[in-house]
Design a protein around this ligand. Structure first.
Ligand SMILES: Nc1nc2c(ncn2[C@@H]2O[C@H](COP(=O)(O)OP(=O)(O)OP(=O)(O)O)[C@@H](O)[C@H]2O)c(=O)[nH]1
Ligand SMILES: [Mg+2]
Length: 199
């Protein structure tokens, strides 16, 4: 099922955020992990969120209005963290932008934290998940690029990563943008969060 989706705005600072008038789902994770691709796969609209071979492409918070299964939602595509080639001053601005958003956004119902299944999770991933639970922000771990891991290694990788991040294995979602693996499950988890919020 394709969703109705509309790009709203690119925000570099708080007064540019879209209004907090509907349940919002944010996509965070390391640069190049597949945040924008995930958003495109979920909505069935390739090219809506900009995907790039150059890490660090998404430098602003990009807001999208999404209508799915009778719900009016908003997706927020966040800049990736941990991109080494970014100058320190820029990194500081990004960290502040992401931190302020996660701490202050009233309409945020779920933070989807993406981790590349081929790579071991980093301190940044751990910090993100810890920060969310400390601040009682609902987070969901999504392991991306599962199409790049052979079936026989998937269970092992999933177990290892979840253990490293201290997340129960069943609480994670395996995802592939090109193969659409996990799309239905991720939508279920998103709509659950929306319903809990009471839209
Ligand atoms: N094989 C495979 N490739 C993927 C998947 N998801 C994303 N990619 C590729 O990974 C690269 C980065 O994808 P993006 O969606 O731009 O990643 P991002 O997290 O938004 O990156 P930034 O905006 O730079 O932080 C692109 O070349 C995508 O085609 C996936 O599930 N499987
Ligand atoms: Mg992106």
């Amino acid at each position: 099922m394709a969703s109705d989706v509309k790009f709203i705005t690119s925000a570099f600072k708080r007064d540019q955020w879209a209004p907090a008038d509907r349940p919002e789902i944010a996509f965070v994770g390391r640069s190049n992990v597949g945040k924008s691709s995930c958003l495109n796969t979920l909505t069935g609209r390739n090219g809506m969120a900009r995907v790039s071979k150059t890490p660090g492409r998404t430098q602003a918070i990009n807001f999208f209005d999404v209508r799915h299964g009778g719900h009016d939602l908003r997706f927020a595509d966040l800049p990736g963290y941990g991109f080494a080639k970014v100058p320190k001053s820029v990194k500081k601005t990004w960290d502040k932008m992401i931190g302020d958003y996660l701490a202050q956004r009233e309409s945020l119902v779920l933070v989807v934290v993406l981790v590349d299944m081929r790579r071991d999770p980093t301190d940044l991933d751990n910090n993100m998940l810890d920060w969310l639970s400390d601040h009682e922000r609902p987070g969901l771990l999504v392991l991306t690029k599962v199409d790049r891991i052979s079936k026989s290694k998937q269970l092992h990788r999933r177990t290892l990563i979840c253990k490293g991040l201290d997340v129960p294995r069943e609480a994670s979602v395996l995802f592939s943008s090109p193969e659409k693996t996990g799309k239905g499950e991720l939508w279920e988890r998103i709509l659950e969060a929306v319903r809990e919020f009471g839209d």
